[in-house]
Ligand binder design. Structure first.
Ligand code: NAD
Length: 302
């Protein structure tokens, strides 16, 4: 029987803030496959996440196939918009949600993870942020656009740059992207479509550079819509999910676990020759060139 076996592997999954998103689902499937899980949570929501975890709010979603609960070894506060302590503006340092945390920039977290765990095998980038996501691109400010690119695309470069040296040879990295990089999704704004285009291009260049430098692989999954906390901020996630279900070849709901299972494959040695790739896990939505629920298709009926 061919199995995905990640026993003995250490995985750092960045971008888990609750049990509704792709990061949580991926961490859980990696744990199911035997990996040790280390979590990176956005600094301002660390306390909310830890309290919810302690209060058993996620226990239903944590259930593994053998009935035990998925656990992580350690959680680090991370703000992937900052690379070094010098990058953190004073008002952020003094913000009440940051003030009790320290060492949350990418370079500092990499040092902490190395000190606590030594080398790791798997790195997952499951984060995105655009302060002006509800604005059309044409109305997005320069500041909002650059912030989206910084948090959602450059953050991957920073992670690979600082974690590359502590990834074991044959290690594997994964980011999550969305087809708004290539096709127009009206309303997916604030520069998020641009950030995903950058991310996908960077996946290829980073796969080449880090492949040569560290002998690690880097891929992305272009996932279909999921009602996560981040997606709700876009403002029309229910419509995106309905549209995808009505028009995709498979015409079914997309479960986070389906994306996570594909992630487990890409992050395992079964994908040892796959790098720089974007794998669509979206019920096939991306191949469609026609909206099958469009009123105009009814013109010859009646
Ligand atoms: P999510 O809310 O579970 O995950 C996004 C996480 O990013 C949150 O935990 C948030 O706290 C974190 N984050 C934001 N800014 C950060 C920063 N500066 N530093 C560190 N963490 C930060 O939502 P999700 O939809 O599962 O998003 C995960 C990834 O999946 C994102 O890259 C997203 O674009 C991608 N994706 C989502 C969908 C969807 O429909 N939900 C579709 C395709 C791709």
């Amino acid at each position: 029987m061919l199995d995905i076996n990640l026993k003995g592997k250490k995985a750092f999954v960045v971008g888990i803030g609750d049990d509704q998103g792709y990061g949580f689902a991926i961490a859980k499937v990696l744990a199911e496959a035997g990996a040790e899980i280390i979590i990176g949570t956005w600094t301002p929501i660390v306390n909310i996440f830890e309290t919810a975890w302690k209060n058993k709010k996620f226990d239903n979603s944590r259930k593994l196939k053998d009935g035990s609960l998925f656990n992580y070894s350690k959680l680090y506060a991370v703000d992937a918009s900052f690379d070094t302590p010098q990058d953190v503006p004073q008002e952020i340092k003094e913000n009440k949600r940051y003030v009790e945390h320290s060492g949350y920039t990418v370079s500092e977290v990499a040092k902490k993870v190395e000190k606590d765990f030594g080398k790791i095998d798997i790195l997952v980038h499951s984060l995105a942020n655009a302060p002006e996501v509800t604005k059309n691109l044409i109305d997005t400010s320069r500041k909002g656009y650059l912030s989206a690119i910084g948090a959602s695309a450059y953050s991957l470069i920073s992670l690979i740059s600082h974690f590359g040296p502590i990834l074991n040879e044959n290690g594997s990295c994964l980011a999550l992207t969305y087809m708004a990089s290539l096709k127009v999704i009206p309303g997916y704004g604030g520069g998020m479509s641009s950030a995903k285009a950058s991310l996908e291009s960077d996946i290829r260049t980073l796969a080449y550079e880090a492949g040569r430098k560290y002998k690690i692989r880097i891929n992305a999954i272009s996932a279909g819509p999921l009602k996560s906390r981040a997606a709700k901020a876009i403002g029309f996630i229910d419509e995106m999910i309905n549209y995808s279900k009505a028009n995709s070849p498979l015409q079914k709901d997309l479960e986070a676990e389906e994306v996570a299972n594909s992630a487990a494959f890409l992050l395992s040695d079964l994908a040892s020759a796959v790098t720089g790739d974007i794998l669509y896990v979206d019920n096939g939505m991306n191949i469609m060139g026609m909206a099958m629920d469009s009123n105009s298709l009814n013109r010859n009926k009646s």
